[in-house]
Design a protein around this ligand. Structure first.
Ligand code: ADP
Length: 647
């Protein structure tokens, strides 16, 4: 029935309110044209001819238009019948009650013309009527009259378009579409090229989403035994780890309609729009079921409700979230709509959203480990022309803490660097340069650094290197450089161990190594500088985390002031008393000072080696682990980094 109606409508041209304006303007212009057109129809003539007609007594009336200096000549009925005037007979499309002029011409000076006319008509038995007139320019005044209206209508249409344009999607972008969902639909007709093969690593996550695809394809397999198909799955993990990629792969593999949108697409400047878009989205998805809805960055609407009671501004977001909650619970399991969502802030999501029955499953998509990084490299190296003997293991070991997106970026940068140097293929050095560039920014070889500053930087970096070499738990060093890069003047690069649980000794050793730079300046020059800002920032944050988050301080005790629900994010009050605040500050400062003293003691002891290393660094600008081994011998605590975890 609904379809029939639609067809009928389709055959008729669509009515639009703009038509009325069009018709009105056309009518108006038409009238003006025909009314005004008379003057154009009069034949042109010259003043001398006119005087002849006048003398012959053919003229009945002359209209002298003063402002345009045109004379309009009306002939008598008898004269019109004459041969010479045959052609001048005016024709008109419209029946007209007023007589129209037969001739018109331009006269020169009005006074002269008038005198001549008087001269000739003086002796005529039947004097023609001479009338003076002024004529306004009809077109001009019409335009001037209409202009404000045209402008007003134009501006109004523009604003309407802009407002409705935000809603996008629907036909013509009308204002009425604003409550429609902005989801992009992928189905059999849209080609999605991403498949699970393009997603490297993430085995667990892949398995879970693959199962979701399975649910939709063969629901009976699961419902046969009485199980219910889950309604939603939440992909959680740091940015760039491939959550969106995974969802795209689901769209490519599932072969069911896939609605994709971002949490912020629900947000609009009008109240109630978000909720209405949620309703519309689910309506569309249900019509096409089985289908998948994917909401990226769901934290834009899924933030915990009611913690920001002071400003009413998030009411709209709450309404949207409430609607989402209702919709997810509202449809029966048999509707076969599965909601996938991605976020990197699962901790701030509303608990109602995460309860079973809505997003029953949480799929963790973590930063890749060394083996997964290798697989990701393999995926992104596929399109590159690379050196035959490129060592993937080496590359993946050089990129700890990199996400999939970072690795994709490294591969691209490396290709660009190689191309810049006119190479035939991308080699290992290009990759290393790309990694350096992504971590540290662009090299600035021409930055002006005075020799004494350079010396200070060399000792600072050598200080980091020496301290980290001597401490058991500090991360192994990769290289030290004093080439200015981005905003830093030098850097020591480590290969951090990938730990899941960190012990206090490890944190303290790392802090001690971070303070090694400033300690070296103190030991060698007996003065400190501003160069240690980023080290201090890192150390302070770490110490604060030890005391207030991980409960690693003995004096403060096994307490944490971390709130995973995010309820206190905007709170003005601290969850501890003034005394505790003082204690915390004291503990933080104690931890840092102890480590600083430890670094100084270490460097005093190895002052000669520190100086030796700094001299090498000044000479070579970049030194690697091997250079350190030459000075210090093999590192005592060196552990073999396991290449592949046991399977
Ligand atoms: P997010 O988790 O922030 O949604 P994306 O899925 O948008 O991250 O990932 C960004 C890009 O990083 C992808 O387009 C892809 O090129 C790359 N990438 C991330 N993870 C992987 C992975 N596991 N395998 C292959 N490429 C990946």
């Amino acid at each position: 029935m609904a379809n029939d109606k639609k067809n009928i409508n389709d055959n008729k041209p669509k009515f639009s309110p703009y038509w009325i304006y069009g018709i009105m303007i056309a009518l108006f212009l038409g009238f003006q044209l025909f009314n005004n057109g008379t003057s154009q129809d009069a034949s042109a003539t010259t003043p001398s001819d006119f005087f002849k007609f006048l003398e012959a007594g053919d003229v009945e009336k002359v209209d002298i238009i003063k402002n345009t200096r045109v004379a309009k000549v009306y002939l008598t009925a008898e004269a019109e019948a004459k041969d010479i005037h045959k052609k001048s007979k005016p024709t008109s499309f419209l029946p007209s009650t007023t007589k129209m002029p037969n001739y018109q011409f331009e006269f020169g000076d009005l006074q002269n013309f008038e005198n001549q006319v008087n001269e000739i008509t003086k002796d005529l038995p039947k004097k023609p009527v001479v009338k003076f007139d002024t004529e306004t320019d009809n077109w001009g005044s019409l335009l001037m009259g209409l202009l404000p209206f045209i402008l007003l209508i134009g501006v109004w249409i523009y604003i309407m378009r802009r407002m409705a344009g935000g809603a996008g999607g629907g036909a013509g972008g009308q204002i009425f579409n604003i409550g429609k969902s902005k989801a992009k639909l992928f189905d059999q007709n849209t080609e999605v090229k991403t498949t699970f093969k393009d997603v490297a690593g993430l085995e667990g996550a892949k398995e879970e989403v693959q199962e979701i695809v399975d649910f939709l394809k063969f629901p009976e397999k699961y419902t046969k035994l009485g199980g219910k198909i889950p309604k939603g799955a939440l992909l959680v993990g740091p940015p760039g780890t491939g959550k969106t990629l995974l969802a795209r792969a689901v769209a490519g593999e599932a072969k069911v309609p896939f609605f994709s949108l971002s949490g912020s697409d629900f947000v609009e400047m009008f109240v109630g729009v978000g909720a209405s878009r949620v309703r519309d989205l689910f309506k569309q998805a249900k019509e096409k079921s089985p289908s998948i809805i994917f909401i990226d960055e769901i934290d834009a609407i899924g933030r915990a409700r009611g913690k920001n009671a002071m400003s009413g501004s998030n009411d709209e977001r709450e309404n949207t979230l409430n609607q989402l909650l209702t919709e997810m619970d509202g449809f029966g399991t048999n509707t076969n709509v599965i909601v996938l969502a991605a976020t990197n802030r699962a901790d701030i999501l509303d608990t109602a959203l995460m309860r079973a029955g809505r997003f029953d499953r949480q799929i963790f998509v973590d930063l890749p480990d060394v083996r997964e990084r290798k697989e990701i490299f393999e995926v992104h190296l596929r399109p590159l022309k690379k050196d035959e003997d490129l060592d993937l293991d080496f590359l993946s070991k050089q990129t700890p803490g990199f996400s999939g997106a970072d690795i994709a970026n490294v591969c691209n940068e490396a290709a660009l660097i190689a191309a810049r140097q006119g190479k035939e293929s991308v080699d290992k050095q290009d990759f290393l340069d790309a990694v350096d560039r992504i971590i540290g920014g662009l090299e600035k070889k021409n930055k002006i650094v005075t020799p004494s500053e350079k010396r200070a930087v060399a000792f600072h970096e050598a200080g980091h290197a020496v301290v980290s070499w001597m401490l058991e738990h500090a991360a192994p060093l990769v290289k030290v450089t004093i080439v200015p890069r981005g905003r830093s003047l030098g850097a020591a690069w480590y290969l951090p161990e990938e730990r899941l649980i960190v012990h206090p000794e490890q944190m303290l050793d790392e802090m001690c190594a971070a303070l090694g730079g400033r300690a070296a300046e103190k030991v060698i020059f007996n003065k400190i500088s501003t160069g240690a800002l980023s080290d201090l920032e890192k150390v302070t944050k770490q110490a604060r985390a030890m005391v207030t988050i991980y409960g690693l301080s003995e004096k403060v005790g096994n307490l944490t002031y971390y709130d995973s629900s995010g309820q206190n994010e905007y709170g003005f009050t601290k969850p501890y008393s003034e005394q505790t605040a003082e204690l915390i500050d004291k503990e933080i400062s104690d931890i840092i000072e102890t480590q600083y003293k430890r670094a100084i003691a270490l460097l005093e002891e190895h002052k000669d080696k520190l100086t030796e290393l700094a001299e090498v660094l000044l000479e070579k600008e970049v030194i690697f682990k091997d250079n350190l081994e030459l000075i210090f011998g093999k590192r005592a605590f060196e552990k073999e980094v396991t290449e592949t975890p046991e399977s």
